[in-house]
Structures are given as C-alpha cells and as structure tokens.
Design a protein around this ligand. Structure first.
Ligand SMILES: *Cc1c(COP(=O)(O)O)cnc(C)c1O
Ligand SMILES: [Zn+2]
Length: 415
C-alpha cells in the first residue's frame, strides 16, 4: 500500500479506506487520497528519486498505486525545454515548456490513466472504462490493451477523426454517444453505479486517476534542479490537472524535497468553453455550465467537475484565468511550432495563446521563471488547422520552376 493513508473528503474531511470510492457519503464532496507525509519525508530524498525509473514511477511514494508492470507504457519524465525564442516573442526572460506531446499516446492523459489502471488492478477491477473528450480515450484504450483488460470507451460523436481511429485501433469497445462530453459524462456516471466492477478511470476511481497529474509538478521541480517555478500556466477542462499541479508543488515542500514557495498558478480556456474563466473574470464563486463550441475539443467540458477548486487555487496563488478564441488558438499552435519546433494540439494552442495574453497584460511578469504546460500532440488535431497549412508552392520537377517559385516568394526576379 506504500504511503497511502486512505481517502478523505475535500469538504468535510471524513476519511474512507482506499477503495473504489469517489464521493463522500455524508456531504457528497469529492474524495482525495491522503498520505503519511512524515514517512515519505523520512524514506525519500532527491537521490532515491534519481535512482528511480525515467517515468512517473520515480515518484511512486507520492502516488496512490505501485507501478504495475502489466500496465506500464513508459509514461512521463517528458522534457522540460527552455523556450528562449518563444520567450523573446512574448517578452519573457525565463520561459520553459513542459512537453507532454511526447507521452506514449501523445497527451498528458497517459499520466492519469497509468495511475488509475494500476490502482484498478490492485482493486481487482477487470474492465477499464472512461468518458472522454478524446485524449483519455486514446490513453485508456492503449493502456488496457497493454494490460490485457477489456475496455469500454465513451466519446462524443463529433470527435476529431484521428482521435477516433487512434482509439479504435487498440481494439476496445468504442461507444460514440450522440451528445457532447457532458452528456457522455452523465451516462458514464449512471453506468458506473450499474457496473461496480468496472474501473471508470475518471468516475469511480477518479481520486486515484487525478493524482497522476501531480507528476507534472514533481517533474518540473526536479528538472529545474529541485526548485519551484514562479508561475505556471495550465489548460483547464475539468480543472483536475490544475488543482493537482498545485497539490504536487505543496507536497514537495511538505516532504522537504524543495524549499517552500507559493507558485502562482494561471489557467487557460477556449472562449468557446470558458465557464471557469468567466467566473474568474466576474469575481463570482458560481460556475455556470455552458454548451461548448470550440476547436479545442479536448478541453470542451461545459460543466467542469473541479472547476470551483481550480478557481480557488488560481485566486489563492495570485494567478489569473484567460480565455482565447479559435483564431487565437490556431495562432498559438503556429507560434509555438515556428519558434520552438513543438507541434501541439488545440489545447496547447489554448495554453500558448493565453500565456501570450497574460504576458501582454503584465499578469505573467517579464522577470518570472515561467512554465507553460503543453499537454497534447498536434498530430491528433491536424484537421483543426484547416486549409491554411499546405505547400508554399506547387512546382514542376525542374530547376527553372524552383528558381521561379523562389523568386516569386522573395518578390523579385530569378537570380
Ligand atoms: C484532458 C486534457 C486537459 C485538461 O484536463 P483536466 O484535468 O480535465 O482539466 C488538458 N490538455 C489536454 C490535451 C487534455 O486532453
Ligand atoms: Zn464529506
């Protein structure tokens, strides 16, 4: 069982055993994994972590499941790259990108799924399942295939075609639901009580699933030489990732791996689905559900489960939440690709475009050490780029044709 003490309600703090539970019986608050931090502090240090595998499992002491060899696809420990060219464009002097386009199925979801399905196996659950906006579908299908588990994957019917194909290929039961993600999620919540022996990674084993996102904080701190950044920018769908990055930074200080420091945490949403950004802008505590309409489908959750907690983290750390249009998302994708050679999906465009806005308005400060989380691979959402991306010129296979095209591009005559 490692260092896990059990589950505790985030609202009333009642405690529960570490089983397939996700809501508090008394107040319906969400449950969260708690750890024996004193024991972790005693047993774990920077050297013992450095001796661990080059994956999320190097931080197993602060995760709710042991590494399960049967599930492992080699998730995490993705590069943290210094982004000086992008930083110069945005007027930031110390910018880094956490490049989670490099995970096995091309998004950060591999982190949460590896943890959720490892825990599911410990609990003896035989079937993997999820409600997905796309990336989770890819990741659950792949990890279930690796583990030899049956998988039921539920997606909105209008998902990007690539995400459908790259899920179906793993041989799962892929259910395309006529509705948006919030409809899919409601169906899965109902099904989860109907099928208690299934591990719905983001429903009945959600407390374990969400812990996987803490590795985004752990890795950044270790890759910065065991220092915390000043400010991070994180995309928001359900809000889980953002709250867990916060929890991860706090835990590192609690167990003595870093000097304590308040990291400012800012959030990024698409304006076509920005319930948390709207509540932030209005100074409101209530998150009004919306009907999503955006090319950033991986972030299109109109009724975000952890939205309120994400809002609270952003406010308490002195961050902000920005929202960007579809056009700005495409500009963000292109800016990142042109300056740093990283091709991100639409969620990455949301993060970079929001970072640009927050930097321009001075909320992200020039002198801060900033980390932006690039959470998904652009190959999955090529269709969002439309017809703008294509050849610079179409030419005959002759030297003359090339020279003419080159001159035309320069706006002059052939040399
Ligand atoms: C799911 C997802 C997110 C956000 O996840 P939440 O934890 O639900 O806020 C961010 N980026 C990508 C690419 C995703 O697929
Ligand atoms: Zn409670």
């Amino acid at each position: 069982m490692g260092y896990v003490q059990g589950l505790a309600c985030r609202e009333c703090h009642r405690t529960y055993p570490a089983e397939a539970l996700h809501v508090c019986d008394y107040c319906f608050g969400p449950l969260e994994v708690s750890y024996d931090y004193e024991a972790v502090a005693r047993d774990v240090d920077r050297e013992s972590i450095a001796r661990g595998p080059a994956s999320i499992w190097r931080y197993a002491a602060l995760l709710p499941a042991a590494s399960s060899a049967g599930v492992d696809l080699g998730v995490g420990f993705t590069p943290l790259v210094r982004a000086d060219r992008l930083g110069a464009e945005l007027g930031l002097s110390e910018l880094y990108l956490k490049d989670d386009t490099r995970n096995p199925t091309g998004s950060f979801k591999d982190r949460v799924v590896a943890v959720a399905l490892s825990k599911a196996r410990e609990l003896g659950l035989k079937v993997a399942a999820c409600a997905s906006t796309g990336n989770l579908a890819n990741s659950v299908a792949a990890h279930a295939a690796r583990a030899g588990m049956e998988a039921y994957v539920f997606i909105p019917n209008d998902l990007e075609r690539v995400k459908v194909a790259t899920t179906a290929v793993f041989g799962c039961h892929l259910m395309a639901v006529e509705g948006n993600y919030d409809d899919v999620n409601r169906l899965c919540a109902e099904l989860a009580s109907e099928r208690p022996d299934w591990a719905f990674v983001n429903v009945n084993v959600r407390p374990y699933y969400s812990e996987g996102s803490k590795t985004l904080a752990f890795e950044v701190a270790e890759q910065l030489g065991w220092e915390l950044p000043d400010h991070v920018v994180v995309p928001i769908a359900s809000g889980s990732q953002l709250t867990k990055i916060h929890k991860g930074f706090k835990e590192l200080a609690t167990v003595g791996l870093v000097e304590p420091k308040e990291v400012r945490i800012s959030g990024a949403q698409a304006s076509g689905c920005s319930p948390v950004a709207t509540a932030f802008a209005e100074g409101s505590d209530a998150i009004r559900p919306v009907r999503p309409s955006t090319i950033a489908k991986s972030l299109a959750i109109g009724n975000p489960a952890d939205g309120w907690y994400a809002l609270d983290v952003v406010r308490s750390t002195g961050g902000a939440i920005g929202a960007v249009s579809d056009e700005e998302i495409l500009e963000g994708i292109s800016l990142l690709a042109r300056t740093e050679g990283i091709f991100a999906e639409t969620a990455g465009g949301v993060t970079i475009a929001t970072l640009a806005k927050l930097a321009a308005s001075g909320i992200v400060r020039k002198d801060e050490r900033v980390v932006a989380y690039v959470t998904g691979n652009g190959l999955k959402t090529v269709e969002a780029l439309g017809s703008d991306v294509g050849p610079s010129a179409v030419i005959a296979p002759t030297l003359e044709a090339f020279l003419a095209a080159e001159a035309a591009a320069r706006g002059g005559s052939p040399s």
